[in-house]
Design a protein around this ligand. Structure first.
Ligand SMILES: Cc1cc2nc3c(=O)[nH]c(=O)nc-3n(C[C@H](O)[C@H](O)[C@H](O)COP(=O)(O)OP(=O)(O)OC[C@H]3O[C@@H](n4cnc5c(N)ncnc54)[C@H](O)[C@@H]3O)c2cc1C
Length: 505
């Protein structure tokens, strides 16, 4: 079955050249070899044209917050792809820029590969620098450049409006999703129907832009010569790649999901899936998660209830599965809806709802209980044990528990000189340290702490006005976090982690 037309967008009007040597899949966001509409479409086009397929997966140097942490995670994914495509008729060309601008030199690696291609297929990702990258290259690619939307279960273009609250998005999604479910990407696209073998990248191109030596890059010190932030080190407990993503998904479905509904808010229980970095880098598809989860639940479409916008009862699965699906299909995709529809301002303070802008403005001169600057926040040097623990978790593990992430953001608002400064601090720390940062959900989560997707709350409070308020005291009362604090802030761990020592000592 061809992939749904609503997921395809031509980024230029250059021709598809039937006399080209191959179809080029320029893999920049959906970095995976299964459950990927872009790969499916590339395979379909290669078959239709009777040409080989080359998958080109580059990693640039010059993007904001580039660090050993992010590079390593992506390169671990490349290692999986290289292993899966060794001795396969589909060609694979991983490229890691050794210095800034290397890929763009000599007319550019992408343009050079594209000159021999029939067409270039790439990933549509509505966030971070990727839309700007597409804008920069669309007229330099001499053949058709086609983008494929594979980030979300609901196609990005299906919604004709920007949703401002989760309830209305959920109701819309529930009305449409049974029509979308049959159109899922292929679980094993590389298994079927043979393509003509790719003969190899031309030696001249490889001399100019050598394929990445992935084992060397992943060996100790392998990233040292690349000009990225080496102080933000890798997270050894969170290995990147499609293989690890699927292992974690299956482990979570088998042993974690049952407790998700009750325990996910308690940091000590570690009940969430930890899948967000894999979703962010495209190592895992939300389609695969939904498909495997619904299979496990023995779900069939006739079990769905009429759409009502509620966060439980629609799927008619176990409560815990419904709770998880709501995070994945409502909260995650709501963020993509906004960044896709408002590319110019989804990350700007002014994009907050009017009521939030107004109330924050009315309280901008309120005295703060204390004011910290970015450095103090970054070093976890606040007076608050829970806040410091959450920040230290982020710096040392690349992740932060979701409930504490909300508190973390609310307290940054409370302790910053202005709400705009609070936004700057949150974006900087989240995107620098979180493996899942630089994502539409980075902005939806951060902006949520300032009022996005929320309503005004009373009573009116200093600094917050009518923006929802959270405190460490109530968090301590509500959550199980003794073990968490012992690990990240408590007397049992007076030592800074290796990651923190590298950064701050
Ligand atoms: C201040 C702040 C910053 C945030 N920054 C990010 C970010 O950079 N990247 C990111 O992916 N999420 C972000 N979130 C949302 C949320 O915290 C994470 O998605 C979640 O903690 C990821 O952990 P998990 O994979 O174990 O989630 P699980 O609870 O296992 O949920 C499964 C999946 O559902 C999605 N999801 C879960 N909770 C949310 C949520 N509240 N909003 C949107 N999607 C959700 C994620 O894709 C997640 O992987 C942020 C939230 C806040 C309050």
């Amino acid at each position: 079955m061809p992939i749904p037309a609503i997921r395809l967008t031509d980024a230029n009007e250059a021709p598809i050249r039937g006399e080209g040597e191959y179809v080029l899949y320029w893999m920049i966001a959906h970095r995976r070899l299964s459950w990927n509409f872009a790969l499916d479409h590339a395979i379909d086009e290669a078959k239709r044209l009777g040409k080989p397929l080359l998958i080109f997966e580059p990693l640039r140097v010059r993007y904001e917050w580039a660090s050993d942490r992010l590079h390593r995670f992506i390169i671990e994914g490349m290692r999986d792809h290289a292993a899966a495509l060794r001795d396969h008729p589909v060609g694979y060309y991983p490229y890691v820029e050794p210095h800034a601008g290397a890929a763009a030199s000599s007319g550019g690696l992408l343009a050079t590969l594209a000159r021999r291609a029939c067409l270039v297929i790439s990933d549509e990702y509505p966030c971070f620098f990727l839309p700007r990258l597409i804008d920069a290259v669309r007229d330099r690619v001499p053949v058709r450049l086609r983008l494929v939307d594979s980030s979300t279960v609901m196609p990005l273009r299906l919604a004709d409006r920007t949703f401002t609250v989760a309830h209305s998005y959920r109701r819309w999604m529930q009305k449409q999703i049974l029509d979308v479910l049959p159109d899922f990407p292929r679980p094993r696209p590389l298994a079927g129907g043979r393509l003509p073998p790719f003969p190899g990248v031309e030696a001249k191109i490889l001399r100019r832009w050598p394929a990445a030596d992935l084992d060397r890059l992943l060996s100790p010190g392998g990233l040292d010569s690349i000009p990225i932030d080496h102080a933000v080190g890798p997270c050894p407990e969170t290995v990147g790649g499609d293989g690890e993503a699927v292992r974690r998904l299956r482990g979570f479905l088998k042993t974690g999901l049952a407790a998700y509904g009750d325990d996910r808010n308690h940091p000590d229980r570690r009940a969430t899936s930890g899948l967000s970095p894999y979703l962010h880098f495209g190592h895992l598809s939300p389609h695969q998660i939904v498909s495997e989860l619904l299979d496990r639940e023995g779900w069939t479409p006739d079990r769905a209830a009429p759409a009502n916008g509620k966060n439980h009862g629609f799927w008619n699965t176990s409560e815990t599965a419904e709770a998880f699906l709501d995070q994945l299909l409502t909260w995650r995709e709501l963020g993509f809806n906004l960044s896709h529809r408002q590319p110019d301002d989804y990350d700007r303070y002014e994009s907050l709802p009017d009521w939030a802008l107004k109330t924050l403005d009315q309280h901008r001169r309120d005295p703060r209980p204390t004011i910290y600057d970015l450095d103090q926040f970054e070093r976890a040097e606040t007076h608050d044990e829970i806040w410091n623990a959450a920040q230290r978790e982020l710096v040392s593990t690349g992740a932060m528990h979701n409930y504490l992430r909300m508190l973390w953001g609310k307290l940054i608002l409370h302790w910053s000189a202005t709400p705009e400064e609070a936004l700057r601090v949150m974006v900087e720390l989240n995107n620098k340290y979180a493996l899942d940062g630089r994502d539409p959900n980075s902005y939806s989560g951060i902006f949520w702490t300032l009022g996005r997707y929320d309503r005004p709350w009373g009573p009116t409070r200093p600094v917050f006005g009518n923006v929802r308020y959270m405190t460490s005291d109530s968090t301590r009362r509500k959550l199980k976090l003794k073990g968490y604090l012992a690990k990240f802030a408590g007397p049992g761990t007076p030592e800074k982690s290796a990651a923190e020592r590298k950064l701050f000592d």
